[in-house]
Design a protein around this ligand. Structure first.
Ligand SMILES: O=C(O)c1ccc(O)c(O)c1
Ligand SMILES: [Mg+2]
Length: 617
């Protein structure tokens, strides 16, 4: 699959965009005319630079508002087109995007569209330019790909074909199945964009909210499969208009984009493989696609390991030993392992710095991360220490892959100093239920794609939680069986001034037990500080649920939160925040699979209150 990306997706100058695309590894780019117009580089310099970087200049765009116009307007449009064909010649480009007319068309007549596009074709022929006609979803008369294909078929010229853009088709809820019956060679160009599921006018949705494949709600693997079935074997490009991308780091966005194509190509190949036909467009299946079977460990970085250790021991964790070489401790209870790391921790009160997941074949997961351009965690392990492939997520969290066998090895690196703890004692905590990570607003979508592709997790429907600092967007990513769950919370933009004074938005590790009341009572007896829950909350609980009076009293007494749905019940509590992190303990009764979403605003408000008082905000 040859990959390309429109310059409009990226921040910076045209020169910076070219450099970032080449560095990420794209084969080519689409030149968005506006980017050239404002560039100090001449067309010849752009051509030379692209050549030097090994990038092809694949598509010049957009050419707007051409067909369906009066005789007089057509003359002016042809004049405008000729100037662009000459410009394309200087750039060494031969493919122009023609958007269906949204503004100046006054005559709704397919015969006229055909006739006028033929005139454009004749003119383009002189410059050896080909035209890719794209139906914009908000086109005045031509707004579906079926209609643009009707027109192109009737134009019947070798140099006029289609541009297929997933956004214009899927945003309208149109079925992409007819794409498969268009002859592949008449599709001149393909642009892919995902988008969040929103209900708003299509033009604004398209211009501000497009996303890279895998970051939104469109079934782009099915879409790409239809294109493959058509016999198309040209370039697959990204055309994303997104307000955040336009102000994010250009190199990171380019990598994010290429990662999305690699992930999508692999998913589509898997989808097509079940039909096991061979197609012109070659898609590669990524190595080592496998589901994680659970968390291996969570890692907390802190300059004050004794405080974190104290909290763990109040929750019933056991000290398993000091690492033989590093200032790192291992604590465990059941299958939950927590590493307290005080390396490179100066100034870090406490923070969730990483986690490991268990997979059948960690080496293959490592290869997949590499193929997805994920940056590696540098390892300085010495002889006899277990090497775990690890990657740095966009939010800086370190993510490791382990297997049961590897875990046995790395755990032994800790046990020398505490041989009496070798028996892996059990405790009331059974395992790590989920990990909640704060996402700076610039990297939320990048993180969704990173975690879903590198960890092979699936996004669950997102929610929004009101908090005193702003609306917090929350997205859960999980394995099919929920054995690994991550909750990503986007930090509201308005919070940034607060963050500066208040470190970061706190992250947390949630621990699962099947006797939360016992864990809470014991922890309290050991002096643990709980996040306080206001009395108003319990009055509302009593109104919403028909709760046993005794249970309600216990919940209130122990600062436990409660939720219930058709699947079961959920009881949970939070520890007081320590630096940038806190712990949660959860008990899931029956098949409850959520996270107590109705309680999230209570937590955020309570944390805000306690930070305010402790930090004099
Ligand atoms: O929003 C637009 O105008 C626009 C322009 C060119 C495209 O390829 C497109 O998909 C949208
Ligand atoms: Mg487009």
């Amino acid at each position: 699959m040859r990959t390309s990306i429109a310059t409009v997706c990226l921040s910076g100058t045209l020169e910076e965009k070219l450099l970032a695309c080449a560095k990420a590894g794209f084969d080519g780019i689409e030149i968005f005319e506006q980017d050239l117009l404002v560039s100090p580089m001449s067309p010849e310099e752009v051509k030379a630079m692209a050549h030097r970087l090994g990038l092809t200049l694949d598509l010049f765009q957009p050419f707007r508002d051409f067909e369906g116009v009066t005789e007089e307007a057509l003359k002016a449009n042809l004049h405008r087109a000729e100037a662009k064909f000459q410009l394309m010649q200087r750039l060494g480009m031969d493919l122009m995007l023609l958007c269906s007319n949204v503004g100046t068309a006054t005559i709704n007549d397919d015969d006229l569209f055909v006739e006028q596009i033929r005139q454009l074709s004749d003119l383009a022929e002189k410059y050896k330019v080909r035209i890719a006609y794209e139906a914009l979803a908000w086109g005045k008369y031509v707004d579906t790909y079926q209609h643009s294909w009707e027109v192109v078929k009737r134009v019947d010229r070798a140099n006029v074909g289609l541009c297929i853009d997933s956004f214009h088709i899927l945003s309208r809820g149109d079925d992409p199945a007819d794409i498969a019956s268009i002859p592949g060679e008449k599709i001149f160009f393909v642009q892919l964009a995902d988008a969040p599921v929103l209900s708003m006018d299509i033009l604004s949705w398209s211009r501000h909210y497009r996303l890279f494949p895998g970051q939104g709600g469109f079934a782009l693997d099915q879409f790409l499969a239809e294109l493959v079935r058509s016999g198309y074997d040209g370039i697959i490009s990204l055309e994303i208009f997104n307000d955040v991308f336009r102000q994010s780091n250009v190199e990171r966005t380019a990598i994010d984009g290429l990662r999305s194509l690699q992930w999508l190509g692999s998913k589509t190949a898997q989808l097509l493989d079940s039909n096991s036909e061979s197609y012109a467009l070659e898609l590669e299946v990524l190595p080592g696609i496998q589901d994680a079977t659970g968390f291996d460990f969570a890692e907390i970085r802190t300059e004050d390991p004794e405080r974190v250790a104290g909290l763990l021991s109040q929750l019933g964790f056991n000290f398993r030993g000091q690492h033989r070489r590093k200032p790192v401790q291992l604590w465990s209870s059941g299958e939950a392992k927590i590493i307290i790391n005080s390396q490179r921790s100066r100034g870090v009160e406490a923070a969730v710095s990483g986690f490991g997941v268990l997979v059948p074949d960690p080496v293959a997961s490592g290869e997949r991360g590499g193929a997805l351009l994920a940056p590696r965690v540098p390892r300085h392990q010495t002889h006899n220490e277990q090497d775990l492939p690890g990657f740095i997520a966009p939010d800086r969290t370190e993510v490791f892959f382990s297997s049961l066998a590897n875990t046995e090895n790395w755990v032994q690196e800790f046990e020398d100093s505490a041989p009496e703890a070798n028996a892996a004692p059990t405790g009331p905590i059974l395992n790590i239920d989920h990990i909640n990570l704060a996402q700076p607003w610039q990297c939320f979508d990048e993180s969704v794609l990173f975690y879903s592709s590198v960890l092979n997790l699936k996004a669950r429907p997102g929610t929004e939680v009101p908090s005193p600092m702003g609306l917090v967007r929350s997205q859960v990513l999980a394995t099919g069986d929920s054995s690994v769950r991550l909750a990503l919370n986007i930090v509201p933009q308005g919070l940034e001034s607060v963050i500066e004074r208040n470190h970061e938005y706190p992250e947390h590790v949630a621990l699962r037990t099947d006797d939360i009341i016992e864990v809470a009572r014991t922890a309290r007896a050991r002096g643990m500080e709980f996040l306080q829950v206001p009395a108003n909350y319990y009055e509302d609980l009593a109104a919403r649920f028909d709760l046993d009076a005794q249970l309600l009293e216990t919940l209130k007494d122990l600062h436990l939160l409660y939720d219930r749905d058709e699947a079961g019940e959920f009881l949970h509590f939070y520890t007081k925040t320590l630096g940038n992190m806190f712990l949660e303990v959860v008990e899931r009764r029956s098949s409850y699979d959520g996270y107590g979403a109705p309680n999230a605003p209570v937590r955020l408000a309570s944390q805000f209150e306690s930070n305010r008082w402790s930090r004099n905000l």
